[in-house]
Each structure stands twice: as C-alpha cells, then as structure tokens.
Design a protein around this ligand. Structure first.
Ligand code: SME
Length: 173
C-alpha cells in the first residue's frame, strides 16, 4: 500500500464526518435565526417550547422524536412534542433525561441499548440527546430530548447548537 493510499484510508471517512457536521452546523445556525424571530413574539415558555419542537422536528433529518419533559414536583412529565406517542412520566433517576437533569448538562447517547437504564418509549429509537432547560434563576425547568432511529446521530455540533437554542426559551427579547 502506498503512503497516499494509506492516508486516504483514514482521511476519507473523517472528511465525510466533517462535511456532515458542517452541513448540520449551517442548518442549526439558520434555524437559530428563524427561532429567534419567532420566539420574540411571546415570552410564554410553553409556547416557545412547542415552536422549537415543530421547527427542529421538521427541519432536521435525523430527528425521529423531538420534545420536552417538564420538571415539576420532582417528576419529569411529558410536555410539547412531535413524533410518535411518548411515555407520560419518566421513572425517577432512570434513563437519559434524568441523567441530564441530575448531571446538569447535556447527555449524548450514541447507542441507547448500551446506556444502562435507558427508558424506551419506542423500540425504533437508536440514539439520543438530552439537554437541560434553565430558567433565569439557573434552575432546571425541563429536559429537551431528541431520539433518532439511526445509531450515532448526535455529537458535539448538536450539543452546542441545542444548548444555544434552549437558552432562547427564557430569553428577554
Ligand atoms: N429515552 C428517554 C425517555 C423519553 S423518550 O425517549 C421519548 C430516557 O431514557 O429518559
């Protein structure tokens, strides 16, 4: 194998991932601008959550279930969402949503079957990201959850973009 062949052996898959990430980044940045304009029309957090779900679910190819679990009375109860019917309430301290809540940070799961305690609301879900929503007092009030029906759909680009989008929910415009 020549040096050039050897190089392209690892470079081609990396190039593909970088191109995918670039495409995703561009799409998130356009969505962010669209959401900023849309959410400025009301300061109601539930209305803003519902709009975020609708926009992201229909614009991101890899989103299979998109929604919020609201944190009230020490429970996570389903809020606005798009996609197949979801679990109403999540068993405390179990699964990916509670992991984001208890850790206070986003959790990326490349294969849900490899995540101990993962709560499966739909057997088609294969990978997942969960992102906390903070209010202005820096308390967690909800968890945003996206499922994909493909393995390994979420990474750093999703984590950074979604953290930014979640900050819009309690933003004063
Ligand atoms: N998988 C989540 C439960 C919610 S559904 O994916 C819609 C979890 O483990 O917390």
């Amino acid at each position: 194998m020549s040096g050039k062949d050897n190089n392209s052996y690892f470079w081609e898959p990396i190039k593909e991932i970088l191109m995918e990430d670039k495409k995703k980044e561009g799409r998130y940045s356009r969505i962010y601008k669209q959401l900023e304009a849309l959410l400025a029309k009301t300061d109601d957090p539930l209305a803003r959550m519902a709009s975020i779900c609708a926009v992201l679910h229909h614009k991101m190819d890899h989103y299979f279930w998109t929604g919020f679990y609201l944190y009230k009375n020490d429970s996570l109860v389903v809020g606005p969402y798009q996609g197949p019917v979801a679990c109403q309430e999540l068993e405390k301290d179990k699964g990916v949503c509670w992991a984001a809540l208890n850790g206070g940070a986003a959790v990326v799961v490349r294969d849900v079957h490899a995540f101990p305690g993962h709560i499966s609301c739909d057997s088609r879900s294969k990978s997942e990201i969960t992102v906390p929503v903070f209010n202005q007092k820096k308390e967690i009030v909800a968890i945003f959850d996206v499922d994909s029906d493909h393995l390994d759909s979420f990474g750093e680009v999703d984590r950074i973009a979604l953290n930014g989008i979640m900050d819009l929910i309690h933003k004063k415009f």
